[in-house]
Design a protein around this ligand. Structure first.
Ligand code: MG
Length: 381
C-alpha cells in the first residue's frame, strides 16, 4: 500500500530533476529553483502567456468582463492540477508548468479560429493548436540569447503535446516516440490533461448561466449539476441565484476532483509503477475517473456541446470569427508585403509557398481577439 497521506517528497514514479531527460540546449542549473519551477517561470514571462488574457475561451474577450479568458482558464487548470498532483504525491511544479502552457498555441476566437486556420492551411500541413503550443515554447518565443524558444525540459514539452499525428510524431524525434509506440506521458501530464477538462466543463456552466444562454431550469436536468443544486437549495433555501450557482459548481468540482484522486490512487496501486519509465510504458493512462463519475462528467460535457457551444448566439460569434480569420489569412497569403517586418523577413522573399503560409499561420495564431478584429478592420473596412 502506498502512503498517500504523509511524506514530503514526490513518490518514486513522479517526475523529478534527477530522472528528467533534460533540455534541448544544455544550461547550467538555476541556483535556487528546480528545473520545473524554472520552466513555469519562463512560461509566465513569455509573450504568448500574456496574450492569453485577450483570447476567447467560449465568449469573445470583449463581450463581458466577467467571463473566462484563456488566461483565467489556464490559472484555474493549474490550481486544479496542483491540488491533484499534491494528493497523488507527484511533482506539483511540473504539473503547474504544463497547465499554464497548455493553451499557449491557441488562435484568437477559440475553436472557431483554430478550425478556420486549419482549413486555410489544408495544403500546408494544417494547423493544430496543441502542436502550435509546442512550437511557441520551442521556437516562436524569442527571449534568450543562447537558444530559440524557452528551452523547457523534456517533461514540460511532453506534457504540452497531448496528441499528435503519426506523421508529425516522426518529425518530432524523442518527443514524438510515444505516439508511435503507444506509450503514456508522465502522470503529471495526464493530470494536466484532465484538469483542463474539469476546469472548462465547470466554468462553462458558470459562464453559460451568467450570459443567460443557459437557464437554471435547463441545466438542472443534468445529474451532476442537478443533484448538487438540489442539496444546496434544500440546505440554503434563501440563497440568491449567483451564490447558489457558485456553491453548486464548487461542489461539482469537489466531486469530480475527489473521485479522480481516489480512482487514480487505485489505478496506481494496481499498476505498481516503480519509476517514471514504468508509468510511460504502461498500456493505459493511470489518472482516471471512476466509470460512474466519468459518465456524469461526459453527460455534462454533452449538455454543454448541445446547449452552449451550439447555441445560436455562440454560432453567430463563431461565424464572424471564422470569417475574420479566413479573410486575414487570404490577405496576408496573397501579399507577404502586408505582414509586419519581422514576419515578412521570415518568409525570406517567398510569396505563396509553404514557408509563407506557416509564417502567416504563426502571425494569426499569435493574435489576440481584439488585435485580430483591429487588423481586420484596417484591411477591410
Ligand atoms: Mg484548455
Amino acid at each position: 500500500m502506498i502512503d498517500w497521506q504523509s511524506g514530503t517528497g514526490p513518490l518514486a514514479f513522479a517526475a523529478t530533476a534527477d530522472n528528467s531527460r533534460g533540455r534541448r540546449y544544455d544550461e547550467p542549473p538555476a541556483r535556487t529553483r528546480n528545473p520545473f519551477q524554472r520552466d513555469r517561470d519562463r512560461i509566465i514571462h513569455s509573450t504568448a502567456f500574456r496574450r492569453l488574457e485577450y483570447k476567447t475561451q467560449v465568449f469573445v474577450n470583449h463581450e463581458g468582463d466577467l467571463y473566462r479568458t484563456r488566461l483565467t482558464h489556464s490559472l484555474e487548470v493549474s490550481q486544479i492540477g496542483r491540488s491533484i498532483a499534491c494528493a497523488l504525491r507527484l511533482n506539483e511544479d511540473l504539473t503547474e508548468a504544463i497547465c499554464l502552457a497548455h493553451d499557449l498555441g491557441h488562435t484568437p476566437f477559440g475553436h472557431a479560429g483554430q478550425d478556420a486556420l486549419n482549413a486555410c492551411m489544408r495544403d500546408y500541413d494544417g494547423f493544430e493548436h496543441n502542436l502550435q503550443s509546442l512550437r511557441v515554447v520551442d521556437e516562436l518565443e524569442e527571449k534568450y540569447a543562447d537558444f530559440p524558444g524557452l528551452n523547457l525540459t523534456f517533461e514540460s514539452r511532453e506534457g504540452i503535446l497531448k496528441h499528435c499525428s503519426a506523421r508529425n510524431a516522426r518529425e518530432l524525434g524523442e518527443l514524438g516516440e510515444r505516439f508511435l509506440q503507444r506509450k503514456q506521458p508522465s502522470l503529471e501530464a495526464q493530470i494536466a490533461n484532465i484538469a483542463d477538462e474539469i476546469a472548462y466543463n465547470n466554468h462553462d456552466v458558470d459562464d453559460g448561466l451568467r450570459s443567460g444562454l443557459l437557464t437554471l431550469d435547463q441545466i438542472r436536468a443534468v445529474p451532476l449539476f442537478g443533484e448538487h443544486n438540489e442539496t444546496v437549495r434544500q440546505r440554503y433555501p434563501d440563497l440568491q441565484d449567483r451564490r447558489q450557482i457558485h456553491e453548486t459548481v464548487r461542489r461539482m468540482i469537489g466531486e469530480v476532483v475527489g473521485d479522480l484522486i481516489d480512482e487514480s490512487r487505485r489505478q496506481v496501486e494496481a499498476a505498481a509503477p516503480t519509476s517514471i519509465e514504468d508509468v510511460r510504458g504502461h498500456a493505459t493512462g493511470l489518472v482516471k475517473f471512476s466509470d460512474s463519475v466519468l459518465e456524469r462528467h461526459l453527460e455534462l460535457k454533452r449538455f454543454l456541446q448541445e446547449h452552449l457551444y451550439r447555441h445560436h448566439e455562440v454560432r453567430q460569434m463563431t461565424a464572424r470569427s471564422r470569417r475574420i480569420v479566413t479573410e486575414l489569412f487570404d490577405a496576408f497569403f496573397s501579399d507577404a508585403g502586408l505582414l509586419p517586418t519581422e514576419y515578412a523577413e521570415r518568409c525570406g522573399g517567398a510569396n505563396g509557398d509553404a514557408t509563407h503560409a506557416r509564417v502567416v499561420a504563426d502571425y494569426i495564431a499569435g493574435m489576440t481577439d481584439r488585435y485580430a478584429i483591429g487588423v481586420h478592420t484596417r484591411l477591410f473596412s
